[in-house]
Write a protein of this length. Structure first.
Lengths: 100, 493
């Protein structure tokens, strides 16, 4: 299976990465090289094999339903959460206008 | 007195405890080496004040009789670990200027154990790379040079290339690394130091910038096996903030170190004998087999039949997880924002991510997006996860007849900077021996074993059963004692 430049642009759009025509052209070759190489996995007989979900057997834990049990990951940390935002305003994340 | 920066972690700890020197002297000596090694570009941020403050505490604790396991030991912190109040970039433009308001679990554990931080170490951008050439902050240069009279700059390995270079050049006695598909072991091998990736889940991932969550695992890098054991004891442990953290006690790995391998069986995977491989690599491997026999171990040939499929499976699974993890960089909550004039939200995302990610990171996000997209998910991602099951099963079956596995860490010695950057596939192939253990979540370490004909270090890899870091460390120690690797890079920087 090979991908063309239109597909490269579609993937870039899905990944929300702006690319120029020159970048799309370069990436077409690179991605086809990598995808052609990984396709050898198709040779492996996987009949009856379950896809891996957890590499080391582990159980999912439930924590006690306590608010702010861990103050670091609990609530009331608005200023910490916003400290690295590129455009925090009035205690919120600022974004460009999304409705007309 | 020996130069302080030539001491190992254990020697610093014990010498400080005995009153041979102060922790402040140690911190100042290493900080001076860091400041004098700009040419290596191992650090993105230097934090001598952090190391000095920890050292003063260590000296006070010594006077008060309240020493901690790593009191007086300054270390390097890979810039993938979030550090409270200190810039954390993952070597990306995207996170340039990002100053976390919290501390990663692993780094917090190290500070709680008394260690100090000399600085944040350079790496491949978002830990994606095998040569440290994808960092936004420039290449790390290995301290090693080929003995051919040339002056070619060599790769320190990746992604933990700042860590490997800093230790090999005596800028720090130990450092943290992370290993997703060889990122601790391969740089350790390239620079003649040791490093261990523990069982998946031993070290909390909380506060480590995520690459591929089912593979990412932190571990220590240091000059010898004992130091790796000491560091790992102070990095590992259950953390409720990481859903995949192992709820198991941390063993006293250092106390149980033993290079007596009587009664142990070492497996040699026949599929790792690659045709056309550098004869120096095979010679080192054979020498390693002899060393483990000498330590009392039995040696058997084993088979890991799906080995050749590990790398292609990895290059589906890791990019798939990366494309999902890196979706968080949206120019809204933290990191870079690129807002072209008149742009809407979608254009802002696309411009921010185009500007903030380097070429290799984009390549992997694109691959990951493609293999997870509708219509291709089963053919690529599900197939890769099934192959991953088979790779893990290969190891399970092999461990029925052996206790640890011995193999080379990498198929070559360090290559020159720029030699492989034009061909992503050639770069990926450098992790051929490292990736299978990552896919199976197993503990694995690299120890320096020999110099090749160019005078460059080569590493041997020991892979163990899940949770058997002790077996890995012990076999590593047996090699270390017999290899007698004392070579170091001549100072040119």
């Amino acid at each position: 299976m090979t991908i063309d430049q239109a597909t490269v642009r579609k993937i870039a759009s899905l990944a929300r990465i702006a690319i120029s025509d020159a970048e799309a052209a370069a990436m077409e070759g690179e991605l086809n090289g990598i995808l052609g190489w990984v396709e050898q996995l198709g040779e492996v007989d996987v009949a009856g094999v379950e896809p891996m979900t957890a590499v080391i057997p582990n159980t999912l834990r439930l924590r006690d339903d306590v608010i702010d049990a861990d103050p670091l990951t609990g609530g009331n940390r608005r200023d910490d959460v916003l400290a690295n935002a590129p455009a925090a305003m009035h205690g919120f994340f600022g974004v460009p206008k999304v409705i007309e | 007195m020996t130069e302080l920066t030539n001491l190992t972690v254990a020697q610093i700890r014990d010498g400080h405890r005995a009153g041979d020197f102060s922790a402040v002297e140690v911190a100042e000596a290493f900080s001076a080496n860091v400041a004098g090694a700009k040419a290596l570009n191992a650090f993105i941020v230097e934090t001598p004040e952090h190391a000095l403050a920890a050292a003063k505490t260590a000296d006070a604790d010594r006077a008060a009789g309240t020493l901690k396991p790593l009191s007086g030991v300054p270390i390097g912190m890979k810039d993938l670990f979030c550090t409270n109040g200190v810039q954390t970039t993952a070597a990306s433009h995207m996170l340039e200027g990002f100053i976390p308001r919290y501390e990663s679990t692993v780094s917090q554990k190290l500070w709680d154990a008394g260690a100090g931080m000399l600085g944040k170490l350079n790496l491949d951008q978002f830990a994606m790379g095998s040569s440290n050439e994808t960092s936004y902050f420039g290449n790390v240069i290995s301290p090693w040079k080929r003995k051919d009279g040339g002056n070619a700059a060599l790769a320190p390995g990746g992604s933990s290339g700042g860590s490997s270079t800093a230790i090999a050049a005596r800028l720090c006695p130990a450092a943290t690394g992370t290993d997703t598909g060889g990122s601790i072991r391969q740089p350790a091998a390239f620079t003649g130091i040791s490093g261990i990736k523990p069982t998946y889940g031993r070290c909390s991932r909380w506060g480590i910038v995520a690459f591929a969550s089912s593979l990412d695992q932190a571990g220590p890098m240091a000059r010898d096996v004992r130091d790796c054991a000491i560091m790992l004891e102070n990095m590992a442990g259950f953390d409720p903030k990481d859903a995949t953290s192992l709820d198991m006690a941390v063993p006293n790995w250092e106390a149980a170190l033993s290079s007596d391998l009587k009664g142990k069986t070492v497996g040699i995977p026949k599929e790792y004998r690659l045709e056309g491989i550098d004869p120096d690599i095979d010679a080192m491997w054979d020498a390693g087999i002899a060393m483990l026999k000498d330590a009392g171990a039995d040696v058997v040939e084993i088979s890991l039949p799906h080995t050749k499929y590990a790398l292609p499976a990895y290059y589906i699974i890791a990019p798939a997880e990366a494309s999902s993890n890196l979706a968080r960089y949206d120019g809204v909550r933290y990191g870079l924002r690129d807002l072209p004039d008149g742009a809407g939200l979608q254009d802002m995302y696309a411009a921010t991510r185009a500007d903030g990610f380097g070429a290799e990171v984009k390549r992997r996000i694109m691959i990951g997006t493609y293999v997870l997209s509708a219509g291709f998910y089963d053919a690529y991602y599900t197939q890769a996860q099934k192959v991953r099951t088979l790779i893990a099963r290969d190891f399970e079956q092999a461990f029925a007849s052996c206790d640890v596995i011995l193999a080379p860490t990498a198929p070559s010695a360090a290559f020159g900077l720029g030699e492989k950057m034009a061909d992503p596939l050639a770069m990926y192939l450098n992790d051929v021996f490292a990736v299978p253990a990552s896919l199976a979540g197993l503990p694995a370490m690299s120890v320096p074993a020999a110099l090749n004909r160019e005078g460059l270090p080569l590493g041997l890899q020991i892979i163990g059963k899940a949770f058997d870091e002790q077996g890995v460390l012990n076999a590593g120690l047996a090699i270390e004692e017999r290899a007698g690797f004392t070579a170091r890079a001549e100072k040119w920087w």
